[in-house]
Design a protein around this ligand. Structure first.
Ligand code: GDP
Length: 297
């Protein structure tokens, strides 16, 4: 289960405080040391942990907490609120274009769940907004990617524009956008190529697609299971492409929590959705407060 280790360690840190009626500065410092270790073990970015613990410690050492009748609860509340803050406070909705179509470009490394998530997003828009999305298959390097998107489109009854794998992706996107104009699709979701790691050629291609399509959203899909690497990947893509949001996938697995807690703080970009399973309806809006509740258990 996601965050299991983190939840357990945080609860341990707080149960020490709970056992005592009155707590002193030393108790708080001890608990904060445990919180720090719990976060580091959960693969949260080092700088994020440092700032987090410093902020929480300062607040927890305040008179109001030490003199309160329920100091342990106060400390837990401070930690909760700070977790929410680190993850971005409120849910951030999709950017929409004032005129159709709203163009969404999906980017990410191979295997992160980009193609699946493109389908999930189309499904969500169709169900919730009765939208008529068009998906464009612009991943021409992974041989099965075009077929995979076509299959997903068939399952969802969402049209997929594809030109096989022998064309320049920028050209495919150009023609796909013309098709969307013709059919008056209100959303276009572009599935782009991924690689096993960030490389110049990939970034160059994505930058050319971005320049042509002028997307309203560039959503970076990252695999939560990869922990610190997910944060680094997000940072790298964001520096090159200035993404507008992140979708964190595989939160149904036993991810430790590092990506969820680090990405916003490191990139400044919001996590907009989370993937919680392989099925096409398993995409949820990311609510920082619910995630904080889940982490605290
Ligand atoms: P791409 O290479 O980034 O396009 O990745 P795919 O969309 O092909 O996904 C790679 C694998 O991850 C597939 O087996 C997906 O079913 C799986 N996957 C994607 N999102 C999730 C998720 O939220 N949870 C789980 N458990 N699996 C996912």
């Amino acid at each position: 289960m996601a965050f299991e280790g983190l939840t357990e360690r945080l609860q341990n840190a707080f149960s020490g405080l709970r056992r005592k009626g009155k707590i002193n500065e030393n108790d708080i410092r001890e608990a904060m040391r445990e919180v720090r270790l719990a976060l580091l073990e959960a693969d949260v970015n080092f700088d994020v942990v440092k700032d987090f613990v410093k902020t929480v410690r300062t607040q927890a050492l305040g008179k109001e907490v030490l003199e309160s009748l329920t100091p342990a609860q106060q400390v837990i509340k401070i930690v909760h609120d700070e977790l929410v803050k680190v993850m971005g406070e409120a849910a951030v909705p999709l950017n929409k274009s004032p005129h159709i179509p709203t163009i969404i470009m999906m980017v990410g490394l191979q295997g992160a769940g980009k193609t699946t998530t493109a389908g999930k997003l189309a499904n969500r828009l169709k169900k919730q907004e009765h939208a008529r999305p068009l998906m464009i298959a612009a991943d021409v390097y992974r041989p099965a990617a075009v077929d995979q998107l076509v299959t997903v489109g068939q399952q969802l009854d969402v049209p997929v524009f594809e030109m096989g794998t022998d064309h320049d992706p920028v050209d495919i996107v150009k023609q796909g956008l013309a098709e969307a104009d013709k059919n008056k699709n209100d959303y276009v979701i572009i599935d782009t190529a991924g690689r096993l790691e960030i490389d110049e050629q990939l970034m160059d291609e994505l930058a050319r697609i971005k320049a042509l399509a002028q997307p309203n959203e560039i959503l970076l899909v990252v695999d939560a299971m990869t922990g610190q690497v997910a944060t680094q990947v997000a940072d790298g893509f964001n520096q090159q492409l200035d993404v507008t949001g992140v979708i964190l996938t595989k939160l149904d697995g036993d991810t430790r929590g590092g990506a969820a807690l680090s990405i916003r703080a490191v990139t400044g970009k919001p996590i907009k959705f989370i993937g919680q399973g392989e099925k096409l309806d398993q995409l949820d809006v990311f609510y920082p407060d619910r995630m904080a509740d889940r982490i605290l258990g």
